[in-house]
Design a protein. Structure first.
Length: 226
C-alpha cells in the first residue's frame, strides 16, 4: 500500500517514537498495529514475528511505506538500530508519528512473545561427481596421437587395416580395444604391444569399481584357507 500524501507534513525537527515490545504486543492483540520488519530477507526467513511485513532496510523506499487508517505502523529490526534509521528516513521524507519497537526482535523474544520459524524442507543433496583417473582409450588416441600428429581418423583406419567405423567407435567409446586392435595400433604408433589393451583394462576396472565395487565388497568375502 503506497503512502498517503495526507500524512506528510513540512519537514520539522521530530524524533522516532520508541515503544516497548509489551506495548506493541498489546496493540497487535487489539488489532491496532501493523509491524514492519526492516531486517534482511535472510534474517526474516530464519525467524520473524507472526504477521510482520518485510521491508528490508537495504532496499527501503519511503514511497512504499504502508499506511493503514486507524492502525499504528511500527518498525522493528533485530535490536532497534536499523528500525530507528528507517524511521529517520521516513521523517526526512515528511512522514510523522513514526514508531519503532525498542530492542527489536531480541526484546520481543526476551518478553516471551511468539515468533515464527519457517520450515524449509531439506534440499536433495546431489552426490558429488566421481573423479576418474583413467581416461577412455578414445580420448588418449585422439588427444595424444591423432590431434598432435595431424592425423585423420580415415588415414589411421587405412594405415592399420580397419574400417573408419572402428576408429570412430574407439574415439566415441562404442568400440572397446581388443587384443588385435592393440597390436595394430601398437605397430603403427610404435608403442608396447599391450599399451592400448592396458588402457582399456584400466578404464574398465575403474568404472567397475565405481559401479559395483561397494556391492561386491558387501557380498563377496575373501576365501580363507582351512
Amino acid at each position: 500500500m503506497n503512502a498517503n500524501a495526507s500524512i506528510k507534513q513540512n519537514k520539522k525537527e521530530t524524533k522516532v517514537m520508541s515503544v516497548s515490545a509489551a506495548t506493541v504486543n498489546d496493540w497487535i492483540e487489539n488489532d491496532q498495529a501493523l509491524l514492519v520488519d526492516v531486517r534482511e530477507t535472510s534474517e526474516f526467513d530464519k525467524e520473524h514475528i507472526p504477521g510482520a511485513l518485510l521491508l528490508p532496510l537495504s532496499a527501503f523506499d519511503p514511497e512504499l511505506f504502508p499506511t493503514i487508517p486507524g492502525k499504528k505502523v511500527v518498525l522493528h529490526c533485530a535490536v532497534g538500530k536499523r528500525s530507528e534509521t528507517a524511521g529517520k528516513m521516513l521523517i526526512n521524507e515528511g512522514y510523522h508519528d513514526i514508531i519503532h519497537m525498542e530492542g527489536g526482535l531480541e526484546e520481543w523474544k526476551k518478553a516471551g512473545f511468539e515468533t515464527e520459524i519457517p520450515y524449509h524442507p531439506p534440499q536433495e543433496q546431489k552426490a558429488p561427481e566421481p573423479v576418474f583417473l583413467c581416461p577412455p582409450v578414445g580420448e588418449v588416441l585422439l588427444d595424444e596421437y591423432l590431434s598432435p600428429l595431424g592425423l585423420s581418423q580415415n588415414g589411421v583406419a587405412d594405415s592399420i587395416g580397419v574400417s573408419y567405423e572402428v576408429i570412430d567407435g574407439i574415439i566415441s567409446g562404442a568400440e572397446p580395444i581388443t587384443a588385435e586392435l592393440s597390436l595394430r595400433l601398437a605397430r603403427y604408433f610404435s608403442t608396447a604391444a599391450d599399451f592400448w589393451l592396458q588402457l582399456q583394462s584400466d578404464y574398465d576396472l575403474e568404472r567397475a569399481r565405481h559401479n559395483v565395487g561397494a556391492d561386491i565388497r558387501k557380498k563377496v568375502r575373501p576365501r580363507v584357507a582351512n
